[in-house]
Unconditional design. Structure first.
Lengths: 221, 679
């Protein structure tokens, strides 16, 4: 396979990751949100494998498998169980309406491309053009955390941010050392467990998972 | 043969033994108190021995402890100056530890005695370590341990909100001081190595460095302000009258007697030992602040009727007097007049040890009075000389010493300070020639006012009849308290009668720091005559004065008592008004009335006389109420505006906190965007 084709596959996967990020930004139903998150993980995993093939770095296959097992299977499963246990069915409210959020997302993508322009010129990696997408994914994840009121969606936003960071690592430097990636994967897993436990406590304390309720914890002044 | 510095380290470790006792025999209170304070006393005494040896040997000893941060071990050094302060700290902690056996046993059973013992020992050990430290790191560690331990000691009776407030104020002031000292050391260490490595943190490296005058001035100002916050120099004095009254009396004795002195040690260490070369305005600044502290401290003290608050203000005054000596010495040093510098420095140091002794004694006496009467307000006391003859005798010794009257020690050091003042016409700058006689006059005024103040204290507490509403049956202090006070009184007397011996012993300090020896006595009977400059100019003989005073007293006593009937007791003349009560005596407020009239503009005084409900006509009031409130003007000038600003700023900053997660996320989001866009 020639490099040109591989670079195009890489760009295509990057586009898919960005697309899923935008889809998550616009999705109101929580079950679909989890599915989209799983899709994003899948694209990420394939991309990692492709980059590993291109750069002939075999440890990237391991991290690809790791991504596949954790982000595509395990975390969506945990989130799904959480949603069923906590009986979350209704649509998620947002702070801003969806079109405005999408516009801000587009602005963030443009901003990311502007920001990474000097890097693209200097870098020689074939994955260099996807750095902007990675940065945009991180920022869209953060934007999702800001605009959603529900605690579970915030967690998905957080995990999407992590996806973006992982994507940035593979595209900018052909991945981090394996030890670091293992550590990060474990961290994400543990974070998910801790969040799960917290959600149970929050929902029993406030009878709701809306983070707006937590405002009542504030000290009055 | 064990060297002084090892001796000192071992005895400092010995302070951990009482802490172990607290764990092991914490249940039997009486035994615990006896044993642990005896051990503290012994350890302090060993430190005194180490200090005396170090000063007599006249050479510095170094030790590097394998503790501290990696590659930055703790350096210790015992030289003459450290040795002198070890003696000061050790001597008073020895007396106070003996005194504490009785004092702490007498505390109510509900009080947290174990906590007191633990922090008391940490506090004393930390003071020793401050004197021994030879690098900035260890100095600050010891300094902060000392501050923290004394904070918990001030918080001893934390059930009263007043005490918590005082402790908090003390903590804040201690931290402001510590931060300034830290910055000062940072400047010195940085300049030493050109801001490139950490090796400049030892005092040795700082000594050898050639510090540019500008940086030296910055370091001096920072460290002076930092140490002044600890020493209670006006305007940093606000915590003293709050913290000293609420601490247990043995702790106030230590805090006022020796903890303030560690700040004096720091000032001398930084200026005379580390920076060494300084312009004359530094000394002038120290001198002026010392003069202000001395006179304002004594005036504030005169206005008080709370015994321990009054003593706390007297600490401000005495720190002022010590600083006068040090300031004069700095001025003389910068004009290269080593002999006079040595005289002024020794005067300051001598007053340091004297103040430690008599202020410790007075606080111990105050503790005994408090113990007996459960009262801090002097206007509720009176006539205690009959119930507490020993305590009153020791307290009188303290009063005479602090009022700078012969034959006790306060006189000697103030006399030496005056000698230093009288030598100042040889200074080359006209302004100094003007300032210094003025300073001498202020010091004289201070001495007179202090004497007036202690006439009031002694008269109101021990003489006359009981003034209070409720009459307690006061009992004399226990044996250990009496021994503690007796030893301190004896030391006051010895320091006053034999100053020549002590000054000869201390002379090595002036040799090291001011580069010349002050030959303070001469002739065959050298120990008898103190001649600081030369015999023709001024001399003082403690023993002769003592003999004279004893002779006059004996003759008077004999003349009055030899023939029966010379003294006759008659009823007090009641001015024709028949119902004299003990409430009509002179009290603390009425005694200080003339001073309030003369110096009233210096204080924020609110005085009211209210005639309360008339029955028939205004011309016939039934009862009149007198209300007096005296406040420190510095609080309103400096501290209140600062506190107001801080509160205002924190309110403004508090607006950022909404308690909404989204808003916090937006903060970080915007920060990231802005940083990305800027970089």
């Amino acid at each position: 396979m020639n490099l040109q084709l591989l670079a195009q596959i890489n760009s295509f996967l990057a586009a898919l990751v960005l697309l899923t990020a935008f889809a998550m930004l616009s999705q109101r139903k929580i079950n679909s949100l989890v599915t989209l998150f799983a899709w994003q993980g899948l694209f990420l995993s394939i991309n990692t494998a492709v980059v590993g093939f291109v750069a002939a770095k075999h440890h990237l296959y391991i991290s690809s498998l790791l991504t596949l097992s954790i982000k595509v299977i395990l975390l969506p499963y945990i989130l799904h169980v959480l949603i069923v246990r906590l009986k979350i069915r209704k649509e998620m409210e947002t702070i801003m309406n969806i079109p405005t959020t999408m516009l801000i997302g587009i602005a963030l993508v443009i901003f990311s491309y502007h920001l990474t322009a000097p890097v693209r010129e200097m870098s020689t990696l074939i994955t260099r053009s996807t750095l902007a997408v990675a940065l945009a994914t991180v920022m869209i994840g953060l934007l999702m955390m800001i605009t959603r009121k529900h605690a579970v969606t915030q967690i998905i936003g957080f995990l999407a941010m992590e996806n973006g960071l992982f994507f940035a690592a593979t595209s900018a430097t052909y991945g981090m050392p394996l030890v670091v990636e293992l550590g990060v994967a474990l961290d994400v897993l543990i974070a998910a467990f801790i969040f799960g436990i917290f959600f149970f406590h929050i929902s029993t304390t406030f009878d709701s998972l809306s983070v707006e309720q937590m405002e009542s914890l504030r000290e009055d002044n | 043969m064990i060297t002084p510095i090892e001796l000192s380290i071992f005895s400092a470790i010995a302070f951990a033994i009482p802490i172990l006792f607290v764990i092991v025999i914490g249940n039997s209170r009486r035994l615990l108190i006896c044993i642990s304070f005896s051990v503290s006393a012994l350890a302090s005494l060993i430190n005194v021995a180490a200090g005396i040896m170090a000063v007599s040997n006249g050479e510095a000893q170094h030790l590097i402890l394998p503790l501290g941060l990696p590659a930055l071990p703790f350096h210790l050094r015992l030289d003459e100056l450290s040795g002198f302060f070890l003696v000061v700290v050790g001597l008073l902690s020895f007396f106070v530890s003996i005194y504490s056996i009785g004092y702490v046993s007498g505390l109510a059973t509900g009080k947290p005695v174990k906590r007191l013992i633990v922090f008391y020992n940490i506090f004393i050990a930390a003071m020793f370590m401050v004197c021994l430290a030879d690098d900035a790191l260890f100095f600050l560690v010891a300094w902060e341990v000392m501050a923290a331990a004394s904070y918990f000691l001030v918080m001893f009776e934390d059930e009263h909100s007043e005490n918590r407030r005082a402790a908090y104020l003390y903590m804040v002031m201690a931290h402001i001081g510590a931060v300034l000292i830290l910055l000062s050391f940072g400047v010195l260490a940085g300049v030493t190595t050109g801001f490139e490595s950490f090796t400049g943190y030892t005092f040795d490296a700082m000594r050898e460095a050639n510090i540019p005058p500008k940086w030296a001035a910055v370091a001096f100002l920072l460290s002076f302000c930092g140490f002044a916050a600890k020493a209670g120099v006006i305007p940093f004095h606000v915590w003293l009258p709050e913290a000293h009254p609420v601490a247990p009396s043995n702790v106030s004795a230590l805090m006022s007697g020796v903890m303030l002195k560690t700040a004096i040690y720091g000032i001398i260490r930084i200026t005379f030992d580390i920076i060494r070369v300084f312009p004359w305005w530094w000394g002038t600044m120290v001198l002026v602040l010392g003069l202000i502290s001395a006179v304002m401290g004594v005036l504030y003290a005169l206005m008080q009727h709370d015994l321990k608050k009054l003593l706390a203000y007297h600490s401000v005054e005495n720190i002022g007097i010590i600083l006068i000596g040090i300031g004069l010495s700095m001025i003389f040093t910068s004009f290269r007049l080593p002999l006079m510098a040595a005289l002024a420095l020794l005067a300051g140091l001598y007053h340091t040890i004297n103040h430690a002794m008599f202020k410790g004694l007075l606080f111990m006496g105050a503790g005994a009075v408090l113990h007996a009467t459960h009262e801090r307000n002097m206007d509720e006391m009176g006539g205690l000389i009959h119930q507490m003859p020993w305590t009153s005798a020791f307290f009188l010794v303290g009063c005479i010493s602090i009022s700078a009257l012969p034959p006790f020690n306060g006189f000697v050091s103030e006399w030496l300070t005056f000698q230093a003042f009288l030598l100042s016409p040889s200074l080359p700058i006209p302004m100094m020639k003007l300032l210094i006689p003025l300073g001498a006059a202020v010091l004289a005024l201070t001495g007179a006012l202090a004497a007036a103040c202690f006439v009031k204290v002694f008269g109101v507490i021990f003489l006359g009849n009981w003034r209070g509403h409720h009459h307690h049956a006061a009992v004399e202090a226990g044996w250990s308290m009496r021994i503690g006070m007796a030893l301190a009184s004896l030391t006051c007397l010895c320091l006053g009668v034999l100053p020549a011996i002590v000054l000869n012993w201390m002379d090595v300090i002036s040799e090291k720091l001011a580069n010349t020896k002050l030959i303070s006595s001469s002739g065959v009977y050298g120990w008898m005559w103190l001649t600081p400059v030369d015999p023709e100019r001024a001399s003082y003989s403690g023993p002769l004065v003592l003999i004279g005073i004893v002779a006059v007293c004996t003759i008077t006593y004999l003349l009055l008592h030899v023939k029966p009937g010379m003294i006759s007791r008659v009823p007090v003349w009641d001015c024709g008004f028949q119902k004299l009560t003990s409430r009509m005596q002179y009290n603390a407020v009425s005694f200080s009335m003339p001073f309030r009239r003369i110096f009233g503009y210096l204080f924020d005084i609110k005085e009211q006389i209210r005639l309360s409900p008339q029955q028939r006509h205004t011309a016939f009031p039934v009862k009149s109420n007198y209300y007096l409130r005296i406040r420190d003007r510095f609080w309103g000038w400096i501290y209140r505006p600062v506190i107001d600003r801080v509160v205002l700023l924190s309110r403004k900053a508090g607006l950022l906190q909404h308690g909404r997660i989204h808003v916090y996320l937006i903060y970080s989001f915007l920060t990231i965007i802005v940083l990305l866009a800027l970089l």
